[in-house]
Ligand binder design. Structure first.
Ligand code: CA
Length: 387
């Protein structure tokens, strides 16, 4: 079997309300799907991390740069293709958009390989350690309103996420140290003392400011403090991790085994959050997972994007070995964005219905079919494509 075409579909729609995090407000939802076609009619699907105009730039890399390197190759040869592409891109970017683009292609090759073998991705990755994955719900985004309005809204939203069945919740911060501490207190009040909550700073603090917020989070028994400082500031991460009780998490902005090596060898995080749609795809994710577990660092995947990304992550979370193992090990969680996302909820011919599953069980099942086990609706793609 030979690869004949690689096509990027960039989808976009206007959100019903503007959403924000510590770096910006945004009013459009974007998804970047990658379709790999073969001469025998089989098609594989993947997804690239990267919103808005980043997706348009990544589309050019996928179609104009990577596609010519890969046409004519056997889609099962994932490692050979990955290394061929990476070696040719290495001089032009070992992180960032070239790797995001390669990720979407690599995921599609795993989908294709599963379809050729008649096996789901989790089986190709070694099998299922679990039939269902507990789901945590993140929300509590920033909006253009004052701190008092944020506080009231965050308290109510935190309570609603718990009531919806999620096993934990995660909030944004970014208003400034003092207001952020008040926001976290509101979330703790909203969920009660017996429910895990996490705080995502999207790298808006200096390490010193993060220490101040983190000390307050220690008092509130927060479960983790995500991207407290700039991803380049590994010394800051190491200092935070040594000084705080709250677990330090991060890594969604890191790429490949070589990037992760520095985070893990530097003992910078308590919890690793690799993003499979950015760091290099499934092929590279499995190496980063092995590297993290080599350091006995638990992994909770970063998940963002459409139903393709969610399905990919469900397989990877099912196939993740327990760390270190035992009768009742702590299970990995699926990250789930509780804000409006039509590309997750309406893209598939048979939707995953994560929200419905969570309401019943607090967890999500693994798609059964070969490859990713999901089929996008081509009419839906055509209706929402902007490029
Ligand atoms: Ca994050």
């Amino acid at each position: 079997m030979k690869i004949t075409d690689i096509i990027s579909h960039v989808l976009q729609y206007d959100l019903p309300e503007e959403l924000g995090y510590s770096q910006q407000y945004y009013s459009k939802r974007t998804a970047h799907l990658v379709e790999v076609r073969t001469d025998e009619g089989l098609t594989g699907w993947g997804e690239c991390f990267g919103p808005g105009n980043i997706a348009l730039a990544n589309k050019v890399i996928v179609e104009k740069v990577i596609q010519p390197m890969v046409i004519g190759r056997d889609p099962v040869d994932r490692e050979v293709i990955w290394h061929h592409v990476y070696n040719l891109l290495r001089d032009h970017g070992q992180k960032g958009m070239p790797l995001q683009a390669l990720s979407g292609v690599d995921i599609a090759l795993w989908d294709l390989t599963g379809k050729i073998a008649g096996l789901p991705l989790c089986k190709l990755a070694g099998g299922r350690f679990r039939e269902r994955v507990p789901v945590y719900g993140y929300g509590m985004m920033l909006q253009r309103e004052d701190a008092a309005s944020h506080i009231a809204r965050f308290r109510d939203e935190a309570a609603a996420i718990r009531a919806a069945g999620f096993v934990a919740t995660k909030m944004k911060v970014g208003l400034g140290v003092a207001d952020d501490i008040r926001l976290a207190e509101a979330v703790r009040l909203g969920v009660g003392d017996d429910f895990p909550f996490m705080v995502d700073a999207n790298h808006c603090y200096t390490a010193d400011d993060a220490l101040e917020v983190g000390a307050a989070l220690d008092e509130m028994n927060a479960y983790w403090f995500e991207e407290p400082a700039a991803p380049e500031d590994l010394d800051g991460y190491r200092r935070l991790r040594a000084r705080l009780k709250t677990r330090i998490s991060g890594g969604e902005a890191e790429f490949t085994r070589w990037g992760w090596r520095h985070i893990l060898e530097g003992e910078c995080v308590d919890i690793a959050q690799p993003e499979v749609c950015a760091l290099g795809g499934v092929s590279e994710y499995l190496k980063v997972l092995a590297l993290a577990h080599t350091h006995f660092t638990p992994v909770v995947n970063h998940v963002w994007g459409s139903a393709i990304a969610v399905a990919t992550n469900l397989h990877l979370l099912a196939a993740m070995p327990p760390l270190p193992g035992g009768l009742f090990p702590r299970e990995p969680w699926l990250e789930f964005d509780t804000t409006n996302n039509m590309f997750r909820d309406e893209l598939l011919l048979e939707p995953l219905d994560i929200q419905g599953q969570v309401a019943r069980t607090g967890s999500a099942g693994i798609p059964d079919g070969p490859g990713l086990g999901v089929e996008p609706d081509r009419d839906f793609i055509a209706r929402n494509a902007v490029s």
